[in-house]
Every structure is written in C-alpha cells, then in structure tokens.
Design a protein around this ligand. Structure first.
Ligand code: AMP
Length: 214
C-alpha cells in the first residue's frame, strides 16, 4: 500500500502519518523532515534549503523529487506514506512515474481538511520530539509525562523555527496556490478521500483505518 496525506500546514498530516505507519508497518517519508536534515549540512545547497524553509516557500521540485527517489530505491515491504509530498503538480506527476518504475502505484490519497483560522493556533502551539518525531501541542495534545516525550522518554522537545505567524502566512499561500490543485488531480484519478481535521485525533485515525481497510 502507498498513500499520501494532503493538507495545509498544521492539519495533522505528521501525527496521522506516524500513527498509520505503526499500525500498517509502512514507512513514513516526510519531505519536511528530510529537508530539515539536509538544511543542517554546511554546503550551498544546505543553506539554500534552510533559507527556503525559514521563509515558508517551497523547495524546488528537483531537490525534493531526488530525495524521494533515493528513499523509494531502498524499498519497504509494507509500502510508503508520503507526508508533505507531493506539494506541486510537477511533484505529483514525478511520483506517479517513480512508482510506475517500481511497478507499484498509489492506493489512496487522504486529504485532512481544516479551516485556515484554526491553523495559526495549531502551528504556534506545536512542538516535536527531536529524537523520535512524535508531535505534540500545548492544548490539543500535551505530553502526559511532564517534560519527557511520552513515546521515547527523551527530553529533546523543540518548537520548529518556521512555526511562527510570519512564515505560516507564506506557507498557507504556497499551499493554496501550488498544493490545493492536487485535490482535483487525485479526485479525477478516483483515489481521493477527505477526512475532517477538526475531529479528535483518534476519531480521524479510526476513519483513516476504515478507508485503508476497505
Ligand atoms: P513540513 O514539515 O511538511 O511543514 O515542511 C516544512 C518546509 O519544508 C515547507 O514549508 C517547505 O519549505 C519545505 N517542504 C517540505 N516538503 C516539501 C515539498 N514536498 N516540496 C517543497 N518544499 C517542501
């Protein structure tokens, strides 16, 4: 099975991707995580990526598709979860081609739908465990064990540098202009499913499980 999570920043793609990857033994491919790793390298491309992420603009298709291509080459028995990829029509077409080359295809595209107004709160209250990637939120999903990650026990919990109102405005514009058109692309392929991102996390997860087990 290969699936995509589509949705604006803060819709809950990362949270649901992590849950589904464990439930179905799939490999989560978060281009945001891969690009944040790549941005740490002291090279001109690392610096270019870092500038784009901080501003909230999309990184070029070429860079992102190359990262995904490398991961697909390694293969994964349970299939892949594309988290934050594709974000442009060019990336979507490239992914179709890469999957076809690997003699596989997309099973489902799950859109997590959410109103723009709630996203600012979602984004500014968010923090992540840098060791295991678990995502938390100050009010919606606080850590149960004070100061330690519930999932791995780490103290390495951080807010993302680009999770601020200024960068979010650009990220939302990028989403509306370049990513939202993918809804029609996948609708026309008959593989698009939409879930309500305002529901509680476990209810959304149950709905996604029902879609995938159909
Ligand atoms: P995310 O962690 O998915 O919110 O992504 C953080 C940032 O990484 C985005 O604001 C973009 O600058 C960049 N990024 C992540 N995924 C992609 C992608 N598929 N295409 C282009 N840029 C991306």
């Amino acid at each position: 099975m290969n699936i995509i999570f589509l949705g604006a920043p803060g819709a809950g793609k990362g949270t649901q991707s992590r849950m589904v990857s464990l439930q179905f033994d799939m490999l989560q491919l978060s281009t945001g995580d891969m690009l944040r790793d790549a941005s740490m390298s002291d090279t001109s491309i690392g610096k270019e990526i870092s500038t784009m992420i901080d501003s909230g603009e999309l990184v070029t298709d070429e860079i992102v598709v190359t990262l995904i291509e490398e991961k697909l080459k390694q293969g994964h028995k349970g299939g892949f979860i594309f988290d934050g990829f594709p974000r442009t029509l060019g990336q979507a077409i490239a992914l179709d081609q890469l999957l076809e080359n690997n003699k596989t295809a997309l099973t489902a595209v799950i859109e997590i739908k959410i109103d723009n107004e709630v996203l600012i709160d979602r984004i500014t209250g968010r923090y992540t465990c840098l060791d295991c990637g678990e995502v938390y939120h100050e009010s919606i999903r606080p850590i149960a064990l004070n100061k330690f990650c519930d999932s791995c026990g780490s103290k390495n919990l951080k807010k993302r540098a680009d999770d601020n109102e200024f960068s979010l405005r650009t990220r939302l514009n990028e989403h509306n202009d370049k990513t939202a058109p993918l809804i029609d692309y996948y609708l026309s392929k008959g593989i698009l499913y939409t879930v309500d991102g305002l529901k509680p996390i476990d209810d959304i997860n149950k709905e996604i499980n029902e879609i995938l087990l159909k």
